[in-house]
Write a protein that binds this ligand. Structure first.
Ligand code: SF4
Length: 481
């Protein structure tokens, strides 16, 4: 097993041993999954809505090149500055450069997995820019020097009491400040309002970009995305290059299913569509007084970081993803081990395809084995991504590159040799069943030897029946004659 795979297994063991984590996950992931189910049940034709969203995303990915060109042209024509970042390092260099040239000392950020992916906060801090996360969950993550453990619910792994203790330790919060969730939210809001007013730069991710108008769509529930993108003088939006749709109709198709899948809401509380920076007196559509708010400069950084390598491969369908997080909430594995165990920015079923897709199979293919392939992720995906099929693609590619553990590589040809010879297979089955029955106690096998012991480490194995299915069938047929 590779060092990366061993580290993954160690993180899984640690997560399984953490009863508090399991309670927190069951509560929040269960609530989000239940909200999603109710929201889709309430739609008259939920399946058709998912088909529409899938069509919008598939159509966009099929002509990504031309849509990106069109988007860059239209956004530039409306006063935006468009930058292209091939790698995470390019994105960090471009954004820290924008901050340095304008002598920015404080930046406020709304939630963005793309900025986590490129490790932007660390780069900005090194460049002398204090970064403040303004999404409540991300604010807590930053305070705890932690990492998000879910795409849309970054502190799914923490309980209310964990956050209260953190606020008391780090913010000097009083007992009244942390008496309940509204009090804690009010405290965070008071602190963040001051930061919004002083920040020289706002940074956001982008849910979707609209090619024919050069617009950016950002959805949030806390309004922090709107404050981040309107109050500071400079705004930087980091856009994963796959997050594009041709026009407003496709945007609407995706928004119809996005919030329902993520949180069970019909729509997010704030859906912002930004087209260009603030327009002044006399500008097109600005009216005589100009616009009252908005950034003076709007920079859009289009991030590749491995995405274009996925295009045209068997994993390309993962580029349809709109990062709703529904597949995490539905996944029985994620619900037991949480996001940190996966080790990357994107956890759960989607992360098990995205991470090897973007960053290579060598360090990330093992994630695809953390799945029972039950199909729950595919059933809830708003754009109907066939995640089990993609997980099998990752496994297949890893096996073809000899990345599977040595014992699997040795065992599979041997299994294949036996399984393709019916008489040998029946004989081996009978021998294995006899041996297994020697290990049974009260009809259960509690410990299997060697690598098979991984199966019984966390569950018992039923002892094989005295007769195989074929033997039983033949016996009954003979008796009926
Ligand atoms: S793969 Fe589907 S369900 Fe999972 S985050 Fe992406 S869009 Fe949502």
């Amino acid at each position: 097993m590779t060092e990366a795979a061993l580290a993954f297994h160690r993180r899984i063991d640690a997560a399984l041993a953490d009863a508090g984590l399991r309670r927190a996950l069951a509560l929040t992931a269960g609530r989000l999954a239940g909200g999603r189910a109710a929201a889709f049940d309430a739609l008259t034709d939920a399946d058709a809505c998912r088909d529409d969203a899938r069509r919008a995303r598939a159509g966009a990915i099929a002509r990504l090149d031309s849509l990106l060109d069109q988007f860059a042209r239209e956004a530039s024509a409306r006063g935006c500055t468009v930058h292209w970042a091939e790698t995470a390092a390019d994105a960090r260099r471009i954004i820290t450069g924008i901050a340095r040239e304008r002598n920015i000392r404080l930046a406020v950020k709304s939630k963005s997995m793309a900025t986590e992916e490129v490790e932007l906060n660390e780069a900005l801090e090194q460049a002398g820019v204090r970064v403040v996360e303004t999404d409540l969950g991300e604010f807590v993550v930053q305070l705890a020097a932690d990492r998000p453990s879910h795409i849309i619910a970054p502190i799914v792994h923490l309980s209310r009491q964990d956050v209260a203790t953190l606020f008391q330790e780090k913010l000097g919060a009083t007992a009244a400040d942390v008496a309940d969730i509204p009090s804690m939210t009010a405290l965070a809001r008071r602190l963040l309002r001051a930061e919004f007013l002083q920040a020289g730069m706002g940074i956001s991710g982008v849910n979707l970009a609209v090619a024919d108008t050069g617009s950016l769509c950002i959805v949030t529930n806390e309004g922090n995305g709107r404050l981040t993108s309107t109050l500071p003088r400079v705004h930087v939006a980091l856009l994963g290059l796959e997050r594009i749709v041709p026009g407003a109709a496709d945007l609407a198709a995706v928004l119809t299913v996005l919030a329902r899948s993520a949180t069970g809401q019909a729509s997010s509380v704030y859906t912002n569509v930004m087209t260009g920076p603030r327009r002044h007196h006399g500008g097109p559509g600005a009216g005589p007084a100009g616009e009252p708010d908005g950034p003076e400069e709007l920079h859009i950084v289009i991030l590749d970081n491995g995405r274009s390598r996925v295009l045209g491969t068997p994993l390309a369908e993962i580029l349809y993803c709109v990062r709703c997080g529904a597949c995490l909430n539905a996944c029985p594995v994620y619900r037991l081990i949480g996001g940190h165990a996966y080790g990357g920015v994107y956890p759960g079923p989607v992360g098990s395809v995205v991470m090897p897709g973007l960053h290579g199979l060598e360090d990330w293919s093992e994630l695809a084995h953390a799945s029972s392939l039950c199909g729950a992720c595919r059933d809830v995906c708003p754009v109907k991504i066939d995640l089990p099929h993609l997980l099998l693609e990752v496994r297949r590619e890893a096996a073809s590159r000899q990345l599977a553990p040595l014992w699997i590589r040795a065992a599979m040809p041997a299994y294949s040799a036996v399984a393709t010879r019916p008489r040998l297979y029946r004989w081996a089955g009978r021998a294995a069943a006899r041996l297994a029955r020697l290990l049974q106690q009260d009809g259960w096998i509690r410990r299997l030897p060697g690598p098979l012991g991984a199966w019984t480490a966390s569950r018992d194995f039923p002892a094989p029946a005295a007769r195989s299915f074929v033997e039983e069938h033949q016996a009954r047929k003979a008796a009926a004659r």
